[in-house]
Design a protein around this ligand. Structure first.
Ligand code: PMP
Length: 434
């Protein structure tokens, strides 16, 4: 393969202009390519598994809009349903049938969800669910885990310090320490720390919140026993378990991570796939817990565009298609082949792919980490260095070594084969010969 730089003149010019009017030139930080260097590609369109930028370059896309696009870009059925709804009106601020249909669809396919409310992002969903948990239990304290991302609500932007349990040091400027004083943080995969924490604080804990499969700081696949221990301890202490399925919901299968681990959370958080590519989030779970929500109960929560009909129709079409076509086995098989082929080619270069279902993570360390502190920053630096080379060869990986990749139903065996070639070739060329 020849070493080449793509022509990115138009992207560079547009990005320069964007920087003049938008902080960092972007509307979400990691899009700015700060970790990997180079200019972010400005995208003109997506089709199936391909992204096309404004300079006409084509990429096999493994970012898939950070997870929502399980059917690939511009799926014809989703597109048609959205167009039809747009012709009937885009928002009414009054209830529509499709909201009920999507709610009913999720409730009938996900056992722990008895009632659900739609919002417009994952951040909004988790923020609201925590308010519900606090309102239901009458307790303030929440527990999260180091390396798990749950959106950018103030009290969840909390970094773990050293020691088994650290109370609230905000990890962003602009968050008063008092706002995160009720957030405790534990390392993942540490049963002793978990038991100790519950022994000391369990009876004042409103909820423990954990990602279905932690996938925002590498892919930290948890042991089912650990998840089941967390379920058992929350139950014993009258605390709620909130499973953040923003990435895993309808991605690992209709039952998401809850089914994968065999745990029944009290509340589940959704985003990404359930919106079919439009801005949707949701939280749902036990009917008695959701019963505290306004207008039935005293916990206030609202949204001008919540349950937006265009977004609902995109989500409903996506979920119906996923359930009727059931692509999960094929997606998992293809991702497994990709992982296997990359691992075979990268074994001497110290790289590997970790995989769960159609989620995978390219990492450069030999041990598969299960906790954030086990991630080797040198390996992340290697990924970040390689990113540009792989991008210029036509494979779009997320622009940070901590981010995971997604395979969609539009990725064919041939596309995956060429992605393996490109990744292996780039790693080979960037690895010094010993
Ligand atoms: N929870 C998880 C597990 C996520 O991955 C994300 C987004 N990456 C969020 C919450 C926040 O969702 P949003 O970006 O839609 O606010």
């Amino acid at each position: 393969m020849v070493d080449r730089r793509m022509n990115t003149k138009k992207s560079e010019e547009l990005y320069r202009l964007a920087c003049g009017v938008m902080p960092g030139g972007v509307n979400s930080p990691v899009r700015a390519f700060k970790s990997v260097g180079g200019t972010p590609r400005i995208i003109e369109r997506g089709e199936g598994a391909y992204l096309y930028d404004v300079d006409g370059n084509r990429y096999i896309d493994f970012c898939c809009s950070w997870g929502p696009l399980i059917l690939g870009h511009a799926d014809p059925d989703v597109r048609a349903a959205v167009k039809e709804q747009v012709d009937r009106g885009m928002t009414f601020g009054v209830s529509t049938e499709v909201e009920y249909q999507l709610a009913e669809f999720i409730v009938s396919h996900v056992e722990p969800v008895q009632k659900i409310r739609f919002v417009s992002s994952g951040t909004e969903a988790i923020m609201s669910a925590i308010r519900v948990a606090r309102g239901f239990t009458g307790r303030d304290l929440i527990l999260k885990f180091e390396g798990c991302y749950h959106g950018h609500a103030d009290h969840l932007l909390v970094k773990a310090g050293s020691g088994p349990a650290t109370f609230g040091q905000p990890s962003s400027a602009g968050v008063p320490a008092a706002f995160s004083a009720h957030t405790a943080v534990l390392p993942l995969d540490d049963e002793r720390a978990l038991k100790e924490f519950f022994g000391r604080h369990g009876d004042r804990l409103a909820a423990a919140v954990i990602e279905g499969v932690p996938a925002n700081n590498g892919l930290l696949i948890q042991r089912p026993e650990y998840m089941q221990l967390l379920r058992g301890l929350t139950e014993k202490h009258g605390s709620l378990l909130i499973l953040d399925e923003v990435i895993t919901g309808f991605r690992l299968g209709p039952g998401g991570a809850a089914a994968h681990y065999g745990v029944a959370p009290d509340l589940l958080i959704y985003g990404k796939v359930i919106g079919g590519g439009l801005p949707v989030g949701a939280f749902g779970g036990r009917a008695d817990v959701m019963g505290v929500l306004s207008p039935d109960g005293p916990v206030y929560q609202a949204g001008t565009l919540s349950g937006n009909p265009v977004a609902m129709v995109a989500g409903l079409t996506t979920l119906r298609k996923l359930v009727s076509e059931n692509p999960y086995g094929v997606l998992e098989g293809r991702t497994n082949t990709l992982a296997h082929d990359v691992n075979r080619r990268l074994s001497t270069a110290g790289g590997q792919i970790m995989q769960l279902g159609s989620i995978f993570w390219l990492l450069f360390q030999s041990q598969a980490p299960r906790a954030a502190h086990q991630i080797d920053s040198g390996g992340i630096a290697r990924y970040n260095h390689l990113h540009r080379m792989i991008l210029d060869a036509g494979v779009y990986l997320p622009p940070s070594g901590y981010e995971v990749c997604f395979v969609s139903a539009a990725h064919t065996d041939d596309m995956l084969k060429s992605a393996v070639e490109i990744i292996a070739d780039c790693v080979g060329r960037a690895t010094p010969k010993t």
